[in-house]
Write a protein of this length. Structure first.
Length: 373
C-alpha cells in the first residue's frame, strides 16, 4: 500500500499542475507566510519559533540584541548530506581517481579528508575554491544522480534563512575545510565566506617566481586545533569572540560546541539532527552504508534537555521537492515527463497540463487508482 506521505506529495504535485492548467478550481494562497514550510508542525518547529520570538522581543526578559544573536551550525550531515563526505569526493576526483565506490567513502572521517587535502598541489585559496565549485556544480552523487551542490537539506536551509531574517548572525562551524565550504556556502545557504569556521591549512604570502608577483598559497600544514569536537569552541572563540546562543549539530563531533553554548548564562537553544529517515539515503542497502544511523550523543541530548530534530518526523522533505519528486517517480514507476519539472521550492510555472500531455481524465483516473491501492 502506498505510504500516506508519498501519496500526499504525489497528489499535491499533480493537483498543482492541474491548477496551473485550469482543470481544477484551486483555493487562494494562504495569507500567512510560513518561513519553515518544509518542517512538519509539532514540538520541534514550535521550539524553534518560540525561541526566535522570545529573543527578538524587546519586551521579553530573554531579549538578545542583534549583536548577540550568534548561531553556529555544523555542515556535513547537518546542512547537507555526509554520505559520502563530499569534500573527500572532490579530493579523489582532483587526484585523478575518479568517483570511487561509495561503500569505502562512507567511512572517511572529516579529519582524514582534510589531511588528504595535502595531496593536492599547492594553490591559492581562490584557485582551490574555483576548482571545488566546478566539481560541486558538474559532478553528480553516484546514487542520487544530482549535482552535489543540490544535496542540501531543504528544512535546514529554511532554518538558516529564517534565523537570518530575524537578525541572527549564522556561522558554519565544521570539521570540513574552510576554503571548500567557502566555495559554495553563500549560494547554497546564504552564509557568507567570513562566517565559515572550518579546519584550515596555513597560508603564506610569497613571491614563488621571484618576479615581484606575490600570491597567497595554501601550505601542507594544518592550523591547530582541528576544528572538531573540543576544537570547535576554540575556533568559535578565535573567529567570533562571543559564545553562541544557538548551536546545531548532528553527531558526537558537535558535543563540545553544544556544551559551550549551554552555559546557563542566558537564553540558549541546543539542537541535534537525528538521521533516522530512509529518505536521506534510499541507496543505503545498495551502497552498503549505515543509514539511517544513530550516535551516542543523543543520550546526552536527552539527559540535558537539548532539542533533537527527527529527520523522519520533523521534515516534510529532505532534499527539496525536485529530488524527492524524482525518488517518488522512481518508486511509482512514473516517468519524469509525466511528472513534469520541479525547480527549487515550487513547481515550474512554465509547465501546463497540455505540455505534460496528461488529460483531465487521466489525471482523475490516476488519483482514483492511488487512493484505492
Amino acid at each position: 500500500m502506498m505510504k500516506k506521505r508519498t501519496f500526499v506529495v504525489f497528489f499535491s504535485i499533480l493537483l498543482s499542475v492541474f491548477c496551473l492548467g485550469g482543470f481544477v478550481a484551486c483555493p487562494p494562497a494562504a495569507a500567512d507566510y510560513d518561513p519553515l514550510v518544509s518542517w512538519n508542525e509539532g514540538t520541534t518547529k514550535d521550539t524553534i519559533v518560540n525561541f526566535v520570538e522570545e529573543v527578538t522581543n524587546p519586551n521579553s526578559c530573554n531579549y538578545v540584541p542583534p549583536s548577540g544573536r550568534i548561531v553556529t551550525i555544523d555542515n556535513d550531515g547537518t546542512l547537507w548530506t555526509e554520505k559520502p563526505l563530499i569534500q573527500g569526493e572532490f579530493i579523489k576526483y582532483r587526484l585523478g581517481n575518479g568517483l570511487s565506490d561509495l561503500k569505502t567513502l562512507g567511512f572517511l572521517t572529516e579529519k582524514e579528508v582534510v589531511l588528504a587535502d595535502f595531496e593536492l598541489p599547492e594553490m591559492t585559496p581562490e584557485d582551490y575554491k574555483q576548482e571545488a565549485r566546478e566539481f560541486l556544480d558538474t559532478q553528480n552523487h553516484p546514487y542520487l544522480g544530482f549535482p552535489y551542490i543540490q544535496l542540501t537539506f531543504q528544512p535546514m536551509v529554511e532554518l538558516v534563512n529564517y534565523l537570518q531574517s530575524n537578525d541572527f548572525n549564522v556561522y558554519i562551524c565544521s570539521g570540513g575545510g574552510t576554503d571548500f565550504i567557502r566555495s559554495f556556502a553563500e549560494d547554497a545557504y546564504g552564509i557568507p565566506p567570513e562566517n565559515i569556521i572550518g579546519s584550515t591549512t596555513q597560508t603564506e604570502y610569497i613571491d614563488p617566481e621571484e618576479d615581484g608577483t606575490y600570491v597567497l598559497l595554501k601550505k601542507r600544514e594544518l592550523v591547530q586545533p582541528f576544528n572538531d569536537k573540543a576544537g570547535k569552541p576554540v575556533g568559535i572563540d578565535r573567529y567570533i569572540g562571543k559564545k553562541p546562543i544557538m548551536a546545531v549539530g548532528n553527531s558526537s563531533g558537535d558535543l563540545q560546541m553544544l556544551d559551550y553554548t549551554d552555559d546557563d548564562q542566558g537564553p540558549a537553544l541546543m539542537m541535534l539532527l537525528h538521521h533516522n529517515d530512509p529518505r536521506e539515503c534510499p541507496y543505503a542497502e545498495e551502497a552498503g552504508i549505515d543509514c539511517p544511523y544513530d550516535d551516542p550523543v543523543f543520550d546526552e541530548a536527552n539527559e540535558r534537555g537539548w532539542t533533537v530534530i527527527s529527520m523522519q518526523e520533523d521534515f516534510v522533505t529532505v532534499f527539496g521537492e525536485e529530488i524527492d519528486q524524482a525518488q517518488i517517480a522512481s518508486e511509482l514507476d512514473i516517468s519524469k515527463e509525466d511528472f513534469g519539472t520541479v525547480s527549487g521550492e515550487e513547481i515550474d510555472q512554465a509547465q501546463t497540463a497540455s505540455e505534460l500531455d496528461i488529460s483531465k481524465e487521466d489525471f482523475w483516473d490516476r488519483i482514483i487508482q492511488e487512493v484505492t491501492r
